[in-house]
Design a protein around this ligand. Structure first.
Ligand code: ATP
Length: 371
């Protein structure tokens, strides 16, 4: 369906007055790809999407569809489908008329309009609701209408801005599957904005993580999950344990770091030198509780808080030097228990500290490593 083989963003930037909302975004999107733009609130995701859509002019940079420059074209001439968080349906038009609207505007022959509309209705499974008004539909059904309306004219690119954020948790999961199914069955190229890392990991072929308007990392879900490029991305990707420390020694890909009086061995990511400040990152599920004697990274701690989460418990434990650990375990532990914890060095990532590392309270100052 895609009318291009590559869409290229070249140094795309957008300022609002003195403030840079998006800075030099370089990204090449292949036909058929599902790209997620991911990052915390205010990082520039919607700005990037709106620049692509043509709703916001660029301050610098260019956008290319193969050899054709498109950032100078108005939105309607780019031919992209858009789905927003607010469904933006016409309240006085039926489901069918809402979906057919774009085709009518394009003055397609009646027969063709009918055929394509029926097909879109079938794709989003709204056959039983075609004559209803949007007000008579549930939130999930309304979002399906919005999606059908965006794909009915077979756009070369579909842009979605947090399309599921108004839905409840169960519906969000269902619609997530629907969106992926539609993307695949229609051979769409999709750019999808979300602040939900789980949603992005499950949907996208590639993720683009933004922070303060700048790309932090572009990679596959697996790359982002296992090897975040810096501690900010790690923080965003669920590495809840972020500990500040000082590098004692570096041996190739490994480093020994002193943090809160503990000596920990981890895997180096980025420019980490001996004597430098570092941030250690590990996921709660990668901390082992009462495992068989570990050669490395064994810690004794007291359980402080336990939260029941179905099969697993989420817990917080603290070592006697004050290091706080967030962990997940299937073991039945309770507040006050003494536990032996272990972290596989491969799962403990060592990042260079930056100025921001000192400011976050989730990265406590390491004892003896403070200046
Ligand atoms: P959210 O997840 O909260 O929607 P986002 O990552 O999509 O956030 P953007 O909406 O792209 O972030 O905003 C990026 C930055 O640009 C923010 O600091 C925001 O305040 C600023 N910004 C966005 N739109 C405007 C505007 N029209 N005028 C001034 N500043 C703006």
């Amino acid at each position: 369906m895609s009318a291009f083989s590559q869409l290229r963003l070249d140094g795309v930037s957008r300022r609002f007055g003195g403030q840079a909302a998006l800075t030099e975004l370089d990204l090449t999107i292949g036909a058929g790809e599902f790209i997620a733009l991911l990052g915390p609130s205010g990082c520039g995701k919607s700005t990037a999407l709106n620049c692509l859509a043509g709703l916001l002019p660029l301050t610098a940079g260019s956008i290319w569809q193969d050899e054709r420059r498109i950032d100078t074209l108005p939105p309607e001439r780019r031919g992209f489908g858009m789905v927003f968080q607010s469904y933006a349906l016409f309240p006085h038009l039926t489901v069918r008329a809402n979906i057919a609207f774009g085709l009518r505007m394009r003055r397609l022959p009646k027969e063709e309009t009918r055929r394509r509309t029926d097909e879109a209705v079938r794709l989003v499974r709204l056959e039983d609701h075609v004559d209803k008004l949007p007000g008579q539909l549930s939130g999930g059904q309304q979002q399906r209408v919005a999606i059908a309306r965006a794909v009915v004219f077979e756009p070369s690119l579909v842009l979605m801005d947090e399309p599921l954020s108004n839905l409840d948790a169960k519906l969000r999961l269902e619609m997530r599957t629907e969106i992926r199914r539609l993307h695949q069955s229609l051979g769409l190229t999709t750019v999808y904005v979300t602040h939900d890392q789980e949603e992005a990991l499950s949907l996208a072929d590639r993720l683009v993580v933004l922070r303060e308007g700048r790309v932090q990392q572009i990679g596959s879900p697996r790359e982002l999950h296992t090897r975040p490029a810096n501690w900010h991305v790690a923080d965003f990707m669920g590495y809840r344990n972020l500990w500040r420390g000082r590098v004692e020694r570096r041996d190739g890909a490994r480093a020994t770091v002193e943090s809160s009086g503990h000596r920990l061995l981890g895997e180096v990511v980025g420019d980490v030198q001996a004597e430098a400040e570092a941030v250690l990152a590990v996921r709660p599920e990668d901390i082992r509780v009462d495992g068989p004697g570990e050669a490395h990274n064994a810690l004794s701690a007291t359980v402080e808080v336990v939260e029941y989460q179905g099969r697993e418990l989420a817990a917080e434990a603290r070592t006697d030097t004050g290091l706080l650990l967030h962990l997940r375990t299937e073991r039945r532990i309770a507040p006050g228990d003494q536990v032996r914890l272990g972290v596989d060095p491969q799962r403990l990532l060592v990042y260079p500290a930056d100025a921001a590392a000192a400011q976050t309270n989730r990265v406590p100052q390491a004892s003896g490593a403070t200046r």
